[in-house]
Design a protein around this ligand. Structure first.
Ligand code: ADP
Ligand code: F6P
Length: 320
C-alpha cells in the first residue's frame, strides 16, 4: 500500500481545506493512506504528523484556512532542513508528498524532487502569481472579498464626495487589483508590473470632477512602489479632493471558498493523487483554459507570470 504525505505551506488560501479533502478522499478510493504534516515544512522538519482518514476531512470543504495549519519555514531552505525533511519522510515510509501552496512552497518542493522525493504541487495562494497556471486556489474568493469591500466603500465615498484608495494584497503580482478593479468598476488601478504614474492618477480624479463625478475608487496593489499613505497625500495635494484609504490586508485571506475555488481545489487535489497512483514523476497541477493540466514542477517554477495588460486598458476605457 502506498502512503502519501500532505502539507499546506505559505500564506493560507480559501480552498486549501477543499484540496485536503480531495487528496484524502481520492487516496481513500485508491487504497492509499494519507499522512497529514502539520505547519508545512516546519512540521516536516519537526516530524509533526497525523493520520488523515476520510472522516477527518468531513465538513471542511466550506471552511477557509487550513486544518493542517501552515507556516513559513526559513530553515527548510537550508541543506540541514531539507535533509531532515527527507529523513522524516523515509522514517514514515512516505512514497510521495503533496504540497499545497504558492510559488515559494513549490520551489521547496522542487528542491525535494531534485533530491529524489516524488512531489505533487497543488497551487494554493490568493496572489495568483504562479505563471504556469491560469488560476490558483483562493484567488477567486479573495477577489470576491475585495469586491464586497469596494461596494461598501463606494456607498460612503459617493455620499461624501471622496476619493478612496483601496490597498489589496498580491505581493509582486497585480492580479487581485486587476480583477477586482475591472469587476468592481474602479476608476484607476495601480499594479507592481507597471511603473507608478501619480500624474495620471491625479488627472483621472480631476477628469471625474469635471464630469461632476466627485468620488473615485482607486485600487492599489501592495507591491506598488509607493506607500498608500504617500499616494493619499500626493492625490489630495494634486486634486484638492478629500482622500481616504483602506488597507484590506488579511480579510482577503479568510472566508468560505467560492464555488470556483472549491472546484479547482477538488479537481487539482484529486489529479495529484491520480498521478501518484500512476507512478508519474514530480508534477505541478494547474488549469489552462478550462482544462486541468500538469507539467514538471521544475518547469512550473521557472515560468514567470505575465500580466494581462489588455485588462488594464479595459479598466481605463470602462471608467471613462
Ligand atoms: P508561498 O508558498 O505562498 O509563495 P512562501 O514564499 O512564504 O509562500 O514560501 C513558503 C515556504 O516555502 C517558505 O517558508 C520556505 O520554507 C519554502 N521556500 C520558499 N522559497 C523557497 C526556495 N527558493 N527554496 C526552497 N524553499 C523555499
Ligand atoms: O502570499 C499571500 C500573502 O497574503 C501576500 O498577498 C502577502 O504579501 C503575504 O502573504 C503576507 O504574508 P504574512 O502572512 O506572512 O504577513
Amino acid at each position: 500500500m502506498k502512503r502519501i504525505g500532505l502539507l499546506t505551506s505559505g500564506g493560507d488560501a480559501p480552498g486549501m481545506n477543499a484540496a485536503i479533502r480531495a487528496v484524502v478522499r481520492t487516496a481513500y478510493t485508491k487504497g492509499i493512506e494519507t499522512v497529514g504534516i502539520l505547519r508545512g515544512y516546519e512540521g516536516l522538519i519537526e516530524d509533526d504528523m497525523i493520520t488523515l482518514t476520510r472522516e477527518s476531512v468531513g465538513d471542511i470543504i466550506q471552511n477557509g484556512g487550513t486544518i493542517l495549519k501552515t507556516a513559513r519555514s526559513e530553515r527548510f531552505k537550508s541543506y540541514f532542513g531539507q535533509d531532515k525533511a527527507i529523513e522524516n519522510l523515509n522514517k514514515h515510509n512516505i512514497d510521495a508528498l503533496v504540497v499545497c501552496g504558492g510559488d515559494g512552497s513549490f520551489r521547496g518542493a522542487c528542491d525535494l524532487s531534485k533530491k529524489g522525493v516524488l512531489v505533487m504541487g497543488v497551487p494554493c495562494t490568493i496572489d495568483n502569481d504562479q505563471g504556469y497556471t491560469d488560476y490558483t486556489i483562493g484567488f477567486d474568493t479573495a477577489v470576491n472579498t475585495v469586491l464586497d469591500a469596494v461596494s461598501k466603500i463606494r456607498d460612503t465615498a459617493s455620499s461624501h464626495d471622496r476619493t478612496t484608495i483601496v490597498e489589496v494584497m498580491g505581493r509582486e503580482c497585480g492580479d487581485i487589483a486587476l480583477y477586482a478593479g475591472l469587476t468592481g468598476g474602479a476608476d484607476y488601478i495601480l499594479i507592481p508590473e507597471v511603473p507608478v504614474d501619480t500624474g495620471a492618477v491625479i488627472e483621472k480624479v480631476k477628469e471625474g470632477v469635471k464630469r461632476n463625478k466627485n468620488h473615485c475608487i482607486i485600487i492599489k496593489a501592495e507591491g506598488v512602489d509607493i506607500s498608500t499613505a504617500d499616494l493619499c497625500d500626493v492625490v489630495a495635494d494634486g486634486t484638492g479632493q478629500e482622500v481616504r484609504s483602506v488597507v484590506l490586508a488579511y480579510l482577503q485571506r479568510g472566508g468560505s471558498p467560492s464555488a470556483k475555488d472549491r472546484m479547482l481545489a477538488s479537481l487539482t487535489g484529486s489529479r495529484a493523487v491520480e498521478l501518484i497512483d500512476q507512478d508519474s514523476s514530480s508534477r505541478a497541477i494547474g488549469i489552462t483554459g478550462n482544462e486541468i493540466a500538469d507539467i514538471s514542477i521544475e518547469e512550473a517554477v521557472s515560468i514567470k507570470r505575465q500580466v494581462n495588460l489588455e485588462l488594464l486598458s479595459l479598466i481605463d476605457n470602462l471608467s471613462k
